[in-house]
Design a protein around this ligand. Structure first.
Ligand code: SF4
Length: 219
């Protein structure tokens, strides 16, 4: 399984050489805000909201002091905005009070912030602090299962399975590859297995009669 996973990574590296987070952010705090806002929302929409949000509240202390209703107004279009506003303001408050205004760098501390779960904590560890952490979002869970690298549904169990088969140096990249692959080829509603460079290494792809299909067919 490890060898197959390594081969899959090699192909994904070639296919998506620029794979990285698609949230626009210039600091760990901005990335944390973007990740909180991205829950059940697209990164594209979040990137439309954050320039105004960060211009209005340019620091963690400004966000901590903001009126909740004003934050809500700015982020309304990204859905579940009341919860997200509480996450932004509450996280800012805690970071100021407990961590001297610096986004904490441990998973446990990150997960203790309002509005931050394991997925967001792993994203911050990987993309803001250069650590290795598998971000299991819907793309990652779905495609890793199709590839045959896990049979689990629960994100934590998926993460544990992936940690066993992926090289530790690829944990963070794996999350990015899964997002890019899920958007471009292995789409939830139309898997493009014929055109997929992983089809000979993929548990699902290998079971399909791809020769009977054409490029562009949903499989
Ligand atoms: S072969 Fe099909 S199911 Fe497997 S990763 Fe590629 S598109 Fe997804």
């Amino acid at each position: 399984m490890r060898q197959r996973a390594v081969k899959i990574i090699e192909i994904l590296e070639e296919t998506y050489p620029d794979a990285k987070t698609t949230l626009d952010a210039s600091s760990p705090w901005e990335l944390l805000c973007g990740a909180i806002l991205a829950s059940q929302c697209t990164d594209e929409r979040v990137n439309k909201i954050t320039p105004q949000l960060f211009a209005t509240y340019p620091s963690i202390s400004a966000m901590a002091e903001a009126e909740l209703s004003d934050i809500e107004e700015l982020i309304r279009s990204c859905g579940i905005y009341r919860n997200k506003a509480r996450g932004l303001k509450g996280s800012a408050r805690e970071i100021l009070d407990k961590y001297d205004g610096e986004v904490p760098q441990s998973r446990e501390q990150l997960m203790a912030l309002p509005g931050v779960g394991r997925k967001i904590a792993n994203l911050i560890l990987g993309d803001a602090f250069g650590e290795q952490a598998v971000v299991v979002d819907t793309h990652c869970a779905r495609i890793s299962k199709l590839l045959g690298l896990t049979s689990e549904k629960d994100p934590l169990k998926v993460e544990r399975d992936l940690e066993k088969v992926l090289p530790a140096t690829s944990y963070t990249d794996w999350g990015h590859y899964m997002v890019f692959h899920g958007r471009e080829i292995c789409k939830a509603r139309c898997r493009q297995c014929v055109a997929c460079p992983l089809n000979q290494l993929c548990a699902y792809g290998r079971k399909q009669d791809l020769e009977a299909k054409e490029v562009g067919d949903c499989v």
